[in-house]
Design a protein around this ligand. Structure first.
Ligand code: MG
Length: 157
């Protein structure tokens, strides 16, 4: 068994789509970034790479790669699953926490789980996504950005 942790933050800006867990979420602003800036998936990818001792998302999918501009992070998640599999590991489970003051995310979580399970090629029962606020404190509480944490357990295949 191998454990990994991931953390990611993106700024909320006008004129961008808000994408979390591969779901387009209607909102007045979206996350800024090179890809679709899906902080939930980026945290999950970093946790998977960390557990497999494969570095981090920036090593495998650098901002300098123009082919990745605007790419769906679900595509990057599938590639990450391939890297982990090639390293000899399979996903036991993953737990993701999205930290956002707004919008409310609960109604989108089932669709996120479906998207993540499809991208990973695993059962949704191995995955958990939850959302919380930071009680209007700090940058997430002030609506300046959205953060995500992920913890992953891998097992040797
Ligand atoms: Mg990111």
């Amino acid at each position: 068994m191998r454990i990994g942790h991931g953390y990611d933050v993106h700024a909320l800006v006008p004129g961008r789509k808000l994408v979390l867990g591969g779901v387009d979420i209607p909102y007045s602003s979206g996350l800024d970034g090179h890809s679709d800036a899906d902080a939930a998936i980026h945290a999950l990818m970093d946790a998977m790479l960390g557990a497999a001792a494969l570095g981090d998302i920036g090593v495998h999918f650098p901002d300098s790669d123009e082919s990745l501009r605007g790419i769906s992070s679900l595509v990057l998640l599938t590639r990450t699953a391939g890297l982990v599999k090639n390293r000899g590991y399979a996903l036991c489970n993953a737990d993701i926490t999205i930290v956002a003051q707004a919008p409310r995310l609960a109604e989108y979580i089932p669709a996120m789980l479906d998207n993540l399970a499809s991208a990973l090629g695993c059962s949704a029962s191995r995955l958990n996504v939850k959302a919380t606020t930071e009680e209007k404190l700090g940058f997430t509480g002030e609506g300046k950005g959205i953060a995500a944490h992920a913890v992953v357990l891998l097992e040797e295949t």
